[in-house]
Design a protein around this ligand. Structure first.
Ligand code: ADP
Ligand code: MG
Length: 268
């Protein structure tokens, strides 16, 4: 029964289902609603940049996408599969935590604080989850890790410890670590905000090349130039809602909404 459901889903997905579908997502902390009905669709291979003032709910929204937060409303589907629920006997059931964890493995996340394991080498950091969680054969995981290190421009650094690397290098290892799980979707939450200014460029360059290789990415950042160059679409949010979205040249160059205009004027 559930096998049939999976087959039907994958047949459907082969057509045009967006990779990410967030539908009317709502999140409250106590009596305060901080995400007030956000819809966002991201197609396979697209890079979407989310901009917005501090406190507008950007991090919370990303955390809702991979269900690090319990939603107060709405749904999130990745590749057509609901991250938190499944249909059984025609009814919606909340998934058990272990199944949510499986679905969540489709989504990689990179944070402002990269939090590498300090006592592990770069290689051990990268293969930890694929070997420990996904039970990938160790030799396969190592070969993949080396490929990923080349992609983030850290060829040959697998034996280094985090303390031997700059912040920019550590963040690129964190990106490789997330990619090691072969996620369908990558979320970035202000990945360069904790870095010294001179290290920001190398991390953005890595992200730009991942975007051009066709990785599907949702990126929260204040780096307007990254949004202009790498985004297929820019979303501006404020007060827990999407104020406007569109191609970067439109949202950044000719915003429709006053709130977007006034936010962007801070970066001039
Ligand atoms: P942004 O990432 O855009 O700066 P956040 O998503 O971090 O915004 O926060 C949005 C709002 O939600 C803020 O008012 C913040 O104080 C509040 N908030 C975030 N996380 C929590 C939490 N765990 N408990 C209570 N309030 C929270
Ligand atoms: Mg934030």
């Amino acid at each position: 029964m559930s096998q049939n459901a999976t087959m039907n889903e994958s047949v459907k997905n082969a057509t045009t289902t967006p990779l990410l579908q967030a539908q009317d997502v709502r999140k409250s902390f106590g009596a305060t609603e901080v995400i007030s009905g956000i819809d966002l669709e991201v197609n396979q291979g697209e890079t979407v940049v989310i901009l917005g003032p501090s406190g507008s709910g950007k991090s919370t929204f990303l955390r809702c996408i991979n269900l690090l937060e319990d939603l107060n409303g709405g749904r999130v589907l990745v590749d057509g599969a609901d991250v938190g629920f499944e249909v059984r006997n025609g009814r919606l059931h909340e998934l058990a935590e272990n199944k949510i964890a499986q679905r969540r493995a489709d989504i990689g996340m990179v944070f402002q604080q990269f939090n590498l394991f300090a006592h592990m080498t770069v290689l051990q950091n990268i293969i930890e989850a694929p070997v420990g969680v996904k039970r990938e054969p160790r030799q396969e995981a190592i070969a993949h890790a080396k490929e990923l290190l080349a992609r983030v421009d850290l060829n040959g650094r697998e034996g280094a410890y985090p303390r031997e690397l700059s912040g920019g290098q550590q963040q690129r290892v964190a990106i490789a670590r997330a990619l090691a799980m072969r996620p369908k979707l990558m979320l970035f939450d202000e990945p360069t905000s904790a870095l010294d200014p001179e290290l920001v460029g190398e991390v953005l360059a890595t992200m730009r090349s991942l975007a051009s290789e066709g990785l599907t990415m949702v990126v929260v950042t204040h780096e307007i130039s990254f949004a202009r160059e790498a985004a297929d679409r820019v979303v501006f949010m404020d007060g827990g809602v999407v104020i406007e979205e569109g191609p970067p040249e439109q949202v950044l160059g000719d915003p429709r909404e006053d709130r977007t205009r006034s936010f962007l004027s801070r970066f001039l």
